[in-house]
Design a protein around this ligand. Sequence first.
Ligand code: UDX
Length: 441
Amino acid sequence: MRVTVVGSGYVGTTLAACLADAGHDVTAIDIDPDVVAAINDGHAAIHEPGLDELLAEHAGDRLRATTEYGGVPDADVTFLAIGTPSNEDGSIDLGALTAAAEMTGEALAEAGAADGSASGAPDDRHLVVVKSTITPPGVRAVREALDEGAGDAADRVELATNPEFLREGTAVDDFQHPDKLVFGAESEWATARLEALYEPLVAATDGDVPVIRTDPETAVMIKYANNAFLASKISLANDLGNICKRFGIDAYEVMDAVGLDDRIGARFLRSGVGWGGSCFPKDVDAIRSAAREAGYEPAMLDAAVAVNDGQPERMLELLDSHADVAGERVAVLGLAFKPGTDDIRNSRAIPVIEGLQARGAEVVGYDPVATANMRERFPDAAYADSAAGALEGATAALVVTDWDEFAALDDAFDAMAAPVVIDGRRIVERRDGLTYEGLTW
Ligand code: UDX
């Protein structure tokens, strides 16, 4: 099939590359000429394992990028994968997405007028699929923008939603091996088109991917419910973990046992300094804001956020109980919001560094890949080239990201001025000679 993907960020670039790899003919559109040039050159503007290989293989063949919308009408499906950043109040800003929807509509209207195909016959229909994460009320806003752009051609344009569940760091693999596919469409025609599009992907996984066929609003709600559930699951593990810590109990021992109940499941029960990233904080805020707008107070989700916001401070209080860090060197190990990425958006390292600076500590950060990003955020902090370098002469170390390499730092801890380790991810082993505090164990 011929596919257009509007927006070449994390989700858009992964989608374009994976659809090309599945055998489709893909055109990626982005307003940034540098992003477009990179894709045409066979590499991504973002770092994601396996993505460059796919782009290198398919760019110039089944995949191309452009800044122009002119080719949209030739496609069988147009995806909108445009960012929806947060507003101050937690709601999402649909400005860029609705602008792209309107331009898509305009491109379809122009083609209809030019080739005289605006007959309303089924074959003239065009499917526009929202990949971006939008709230149920947001669906209507995008539909209106699309219709506005399409003008008289609006009745030949159908909007569907198809939320994406991929994780950063494993985006390509997650896209190619999804737990489920969610098609939010208003007609059987649109559902069938999405099924045809994903058919090669489903076939490659022996056809055992569950497909949910529903309406566009329900589909986007599934995405929010999914992320709100996972974020709350971690927050509940943190809440219980904080209780365990008060009783001198290891929360990991408790949760390993709890996770064996298959109604609960073992994953996303790792307690510690909490969740960050580009999705959980933003999506939980967006659905809370949309709920309030609709007259409902989301008590559980408010609590999930409150617990999460409290974890970095709990880490700092544990530090306070062992050392006064004013004027002292303190190492922050891990700056990325999780291992495997250089993304620092909503990283727990941010409130941890802020808290250390408020205490007058001299912060030395280390991360295998995220240092450059954190330096932009905290230019006044110091950064080391290695974990050992950060630890040398430090009074305390705070472990914020569960990079594997932090599990093997034994000798480096010995070079600390005072070996106090506050572990927010249960990655460092408790041992003699270390004053070790786990956040929930
Ligand atoms: C998440 C969802 O998993 C994905 O389905 C969605 O499409 C986007 O949001 P991502 O943000 O890439 O993906 O990372 P994820 O691996 O889910 O981790 C999110 C945060 O939760 C990280 O800060 C991680 O450290 C934290 N986390 C995760 C925990 O604190 N404990 C856990 O048990 C699991």
